[in-house]
Design a protein around this ligand. Structure first.
Ligand code: 5GP
Length: 189
């Protein structure tokens, strides 16, 4: 079971990263994690090279021109995110499966490219109100960024039906168990 792709997407604050981090911590899945490139500012608790490759907008754009991404998106105005081919090669050459935490457009793009070798999972917040409360309590975003993220949620929610699986994250422990079961089933079949 190597070289398979597992994609997690959903609105910001839906609990995606927590679930993805949980899956990373489970040894049996043999996951490598694709470290995305981004132009958004680094948060205090993040490290360059392990959470993201933090790039300037100019650097990011020149890499687009050089065809270095398997997909990229301007997820929020002037905040670009993308999956580097070099990351995917590094992980699959090591005989591992790939785990992605990407936005809904990136998720559908990767699924389209890799088809049955990939599974796409949408993490859905229980309601827009819960999502807003989660994003606010996280306190990682400026007021401006918070509003950008909330504005985008409605559009992101319409992508759910394009995914292979949907997990409604109203209870985190249950959502983690569901994610584990989906991934186990996909990687072992
Ligand atoms: P954050 O700024 O909260 O880390 O991420 C914002 C959004 O960008 C999240 O939905 C996250 O999944 C998405 N994202 C992270 N990396 C990538 C990537 O490589 N490609 C795409 N399309 N989206 C990404």
């Amino acid at each position: 079971m190597s070289g398979k792709l597992v994609i997690f997407s959903g609105p910001s604050g839906a609990g995606k990263s927590t679930i993805v981090n949980h899956l990373k911590s489970i040894g049996e899945f043999n996951f490598g994690f694709s470290v995305s490139a981004t132009t958004r500012p680094k948060r205090e608790n993040e490290n360059n090279g392990s959470d993201y490759h933090f790039l300037s907008i100019d650097d990011f754009k020149s890499r687009i021109e050089d065809n270095e991404f398997i997909e990229w998106e301007e997820v929020y105005p002037n905040q670009y995110y993308g999956t580097l081919k070099s990351e995917v090669n590094r992980i699959t050459l090591n005989g591992k499966n790939l785990l992605f935490d990407v936005d809904v457009v990136g998720g559908t793009n990767i699924k389209r490219q890799y088809k049955d070798n990939a599974i796409s999972v949408f993490i859905q917040p229980p309601s827009p109100e819960v999502l807003e409360a989660r994003l606010k309590s996280r306190k990682t975003e400026s007021e401006e960024n918070l509003n950008k993220r909330l504005k985008k949620t409605r559009l992101e929610m319409t992508y759910a039906r394009r995914f292979d699986k949907i997990i409604v994250n109203d209870d985190l422990e249950t959502a983690k168990r569901e994610a584990e079961a989906i991934v186990r089933d996909f990687l072992l079949k």
